[in-house]
Every structure is written in C-alpha cells, then in structure tokens.
Design a protein around this ligand. Sequence first.
Ligand code: NAP
Length: 306
Amino acid sequence: MSLVSLIKGRRGASGFGYASTAEEVTAGLDLRGKNILITGVNSGLGEESARVLAMRGARILGAARSKEKASEACRAFADAVPLACELSEPASVRACVDEVRALGLGIDVLLCNAGIMALPARTLHHGQEMQFLTNHIGHFMLVTGLLGSLSEHGRVVILSSGAHAWAPPGGIQFDDLSFERGYSANRAYGQSKLANLLFARALSRRLQGTSQTANAVHPGVIATNLARHMPLGMRILMPVANVIALKSVHEGAATQCYVAVNPAVSGVTGEYFADCNVAKSSAASRDEALGERLWTVTEEIVRGLG
Ligand SMILES: NC(=O)c1ccc[n+]([C@@H]2O[C@H](COP(=O)([O-])OP(=O)(O)OC[C@H]3O[C@@H](n4cnc5c(N)ncnc54)[C@H](OP(=O)(O)O)[C@@H]3O)[C@@H](O)[C@H]2O)c1
C-alpha cells in the first residue's frame, strides 16, 4: 500500500478522515428549515459546501463579492438568498449585515469561508494589509454584526488553515500589522489565518453559557482558485499534485460541512478541526491573551474604518 493511500485511508475518532467528502459527512441529514450563510459561495470550497448543504435541504444565504456573482452561484438552489459582501469594503459588509438582519431569519450556520492567499506584493486597502482585512477583519465585522441573528444552536465556522503556523514569530505582529518593516506573502497569509483561528476561539469564549458554538477549520490542501497569486510553476503543478496526493474539492469541503452541521459536533466549541477531527494547532493559536488582544485591536480598527 502506498504512503498516499495510507494517508488517504486514515480515519479519526469521528469515523471520518482525510478522504471523506462533504457528501459523506452529511449523509442522511435532513437540513430542511436550516439557514446557512456561506461567504465565497461562488468558488472552490464555498461552492461545493453550498451544493452539498443545499442538497441536504438547507436554505443557502450565498455571499459573494457582488450580487451578480452571488445570484449566479445561487441559481441552482431553491429558496437561496444571494448576498453581496465584499469583505475588504466595510460599507459592503455592513450593508450585508443589515440585509441579513432585515430578513428576520435565524441563522443556523455562519460559514466564513471566503479568503485570499499569498498576495505577491504588500497591498494596503483602508490602511490595512489586504489578507488581514479580507480574511479576518471582514469576517469579524460580518460575524459580530450577525450574532443577534444566530439561532439558539447556531454554529460559527471559520476557515483557517494549517498555514496559521506561518504567522510571524509571536503570532500577530501588533507593532507592524501591515508589514511595513518587510513583507512576506506567506507570513501575511499566515497572520491572517492565525487571526481567523484566534477569533474563533475568542468568540467561543464569549458564547459560553449558550448553545451556540464557534470553531475553526483547516480544509486540507486543494487546488482551487486560491492559488491564483502563486508563481506560475506552482499553479501548473497543483492540479498534477492534486491527482497524486492533494484533496479534491469534494474532500476539501468535508471538514467545514462536518463542523457546520453534523450532530456529533453539537456543543463542541473553541476547537480547530482538520480531516473532520479535532486537531492540534500552534501554541500561538491557543494563547488566550493573544486572542483577547486581537479582539480589542480588531474592534479599534473596525471603529477607525468609519
Ligand atoms: N484551497 C486550499 O488548499 C486551502 C487550504 C487552507 C485553507 N483554505 C481556506 O479555504 C477558504 C476557501 O478557499 P478556496 O480554496 O475555496 O479558494 P477560492 O476557490 O479562491 O475561493 C475563495 C472565495 O473567496 C472569495 N473572496 C475572495 N476575496 C473576497 C473578498 N474581498 N470579498 C468577498 N469574497 C472574497 C472569492 O471570490 P472571487 O471568486 O470573486 O474572488 C471566492 O469565492 C479560504 O478561506 C482559504 O484560506 C484553503
């Protein structure tokens, strides 16, 4: 048996593992009556999650950068609600929050899936490094804005990444959040993904005493549009590597769908999941003081964004 098939065949305590698909981890579930908001619904893991969760009966509130993209992505799903949510534009996120609140629906799952990776050059927008702004601040605004709409047993699922370990030494570079002193694409992506993980854990602490949960997810490594900013050679190699070793999109969407809706996870909160099981994350990601400081600093940044 090859190493690849050994890894792919491994299953954890949940009964699922590396090669489980989103369809497998949701098999037999009846999600009729559930409202599931997914950011990044038009591509990659968000698109696959929406397809499978809608197939199980959930109503999808599908968010994309523009209403047109969201509508196109939601066309196949009965009852879906397309939402414009450009995560790097605070006004767009706030408008999305208002639109969802006005629907008057209880949100059962907030699946914070959208993201960008490894911008080759330091890019600032609203004075913030673009990956931190999009991946972390945008989702922080969306989630905190919608907490009042979260249903009694609502789940917040935040896409982090194994790349959270690429964050700068010390974790979050509070004295240079935007990498003025020197930019590295991987470090900046890593910092944003560590922020996603710290946010999930800090949120879970705030939800203590309720039945609502917040968890973070590493989906695996999957050839999606996320690689669009990678060097050409890497992008050519990704689909080849995908066939040999990496996850398919069906496998890649499994962990987030598992954490979003599988009954085995109800009540589980403040965890980091990979391959559909609780996984170990970096020391920085488990540092409560760091998470609390990030929460306070993020609130200050959001206030400054007008
Ligand atoms: N693929 C992997 O190997 C991998 C590994 C670890 C973690 N992840 C995480 O998994 C998540 C999903 O990634 P993916 O692989 O499915 O990538 P993808 O195919 O590139 O999808 C990313 C989605 O995010 C959206 N998005 C990007 N910037 C946005 C913005 N400013 N506002 C609103 N939406 C925005 C994209 O919209 P447009 O299409 O309009 O740009 C797209 O719908 C990301 O958070 C990523 O960090 C992925």
